[in-house]
Design a protein around this ligand. Structure first.
Ligand SMILES: [Zn+2]
Length: 408
């Protein structure tokens, strides 16, 4: 079910007229959320309703506490008009970014500002009741720490890796222990509506609402961390496919003679290019005496993980850079297929490897130039995300607001 603002839950009257009223209110709130403060005249123009109707709806929404009078704006001849805006403290959204080894929590107000943010390291994702319980405990402890009444939480947006059916609220790969579906189980236990989607798609929503994909209609967002995820914005909309399984880019066949992938197939892109493979190859080389900055990690008994590898790359470690270059050659090859099929205006690289910046952009660009039809690839801009580790959390906020404010 679509989450609702507090005032929407309290509307009274005949079902049909409540529905009509709700839609009219939503058009106004939607315009102000996406465009910022506006005068009655500006709202009238945007929502295509009469001036007296808009004035009375705005009046109602102020009465509910949803909107605020934001003072006077610029005059366009005559009296300066009053501006109205969303009351950013009217309700809040909880963002939960579940990763394989870390958990990020945030609370957003309705101006998209994070009023709370917490990262928990070594929070390893397991398909167990224990994990589910500790996740709920974490969220509950944040709620009691903030002291905001529970009904003020509009929804919880969740980003989780793996196969996710967002419409049904099902997570197939992780936390499938939640028997009635993850969204329903969490929603019942927290007493707050829950919306979930796969991490790469949530990141794509974050990029579209707050990152480099703003004002772009066709964008591919790669989540390059331990695996490879893909979120697609096509014609301005998130593309999920029939069951929400679209974007399994990591499992396209690249090398028929290649290695066995954990998905059960041979030669998937992820067996050649992923953070996991990069780390594995570097660890093996270090064990065999390869000179690299990362060799000191072994001596000092520190773990060589993806974060350490990216740091070494940024410090100019030749071996780590060579390994990344090799990986990017395959990635570019895979990307070319997508670009030829979908003709995107931008490809955004996100995830942990995006921290490597030009060290990932340059070799992927070279590989794309080698394998793509230049006419098509020259129209596609390749960039790193500037939201970086925030993109999935920002995406949970975007996902909740997209659902609350949808006009269907
Ligand atoms: Zn595979």
């Amino acid at each position: 079910m679509r989450p609702q603002f507090l005032y929407e839950k309290n509307l009274q009257g005949v079902a049909n007229s409540v529905k009509r009223k709700q839609e009219q209110y939503r058009k106004i709130v939607r315009h102000l959320y996406y465009n910022g403060a506006a005068s009655i005249a500006e709202i009238v123009k945007a929502v295509k309703m009469s001036q007296p109707l808009v004035a009375s709806l705005v009046d109602d929404l102020m009465g509910y506490g949803m909107l605020l009078d934001n003072g006077v704006g610029e005059s366009i001849g005559g009296r300066r008009p009053n501006l109205f805006c969303i009351n950013s403290e009217y309700q809040y959204v909880i963002g939960v970014d579940i990763n394989l080894h870390t958990l990020n929590l945030a609370v957003f107000d309705l101006s998209n500002k994070q009023i709370f943010r917490e990262e928990t390291k070594y929070f390893d994702l397991e398909n167990s009741d224990e994990y589910l319980n500790s996740l709920i405990e974490k969220i509950e402890s944040m709620i009691s720490q903030l002291g905001i009444p529970r009904e003020k939480y509009l929804a919880v947006g969740i980003s989780i890796p793996g196969l996710v059916d967002a419409k049904q609220g099902l997570s197939h790969t992780h936390l499938s222990v939640a028997e009635n579906g993850l969204a329903r189980v969490l929603g019942d236990r927290l007493g707050i509506n829950v919306l979930l989607d796969n991490d790469a798609r949530t990141m794509a929503l974050g990029e579209k609402a707050f990152g480099k994909a703003i004002d772009k209609e066709n964008v591919l967002c790669l989540n390059l961390s331990n695996g490879i995820g893909l979120g697609m914005i096509l014609n301005g909309e998130l593309h999920s496919g029939k069951n929400g399984f679209a974007g399994e880019f990591g499992h396209i066949l690249i090398d028929p003679e290649g290695k066995l992938c954990y998905c059960g197939k041979i030669g998937c892109l992820e067996t050649l290019t992923s953070g996991k493979i990069l780390v594995k190859n570097i660890r093996e080389a270090v064990d065999n005496g390869q000179p690299t900055l990362l060799a000191s990690y072994k001596k000092e008994n520190r773990k060589i993980d993806l974060r350490a590898v990216v740091e070494a790359i940024l410090q100019g470690d030749q071996f780590a850079i060579d390994q990344l270059n090799q990986m990017c050659e395959y990635l570019g090859k895979g990307l070319v297929t997508l670009i030829h099929l979908l003709n995107p205006e931008m490809v955004i690289i996100g995830g942990k490897i995006a921290h490597a910046g030009k060290f990932v952009i340059d070799p992927v660009t070279m590989s794309m130039n080698k394998y793509a039809m230049s006419r098509i690839s020259s129209e596609t801009e390749l960039v790193c995300s500037d939201l970086l580790d925030d993109s999935a959390l920002m995406g949970t906020m975007a996902n909740v607001m997209r659902s609350v404010l949808s006009l269907d």
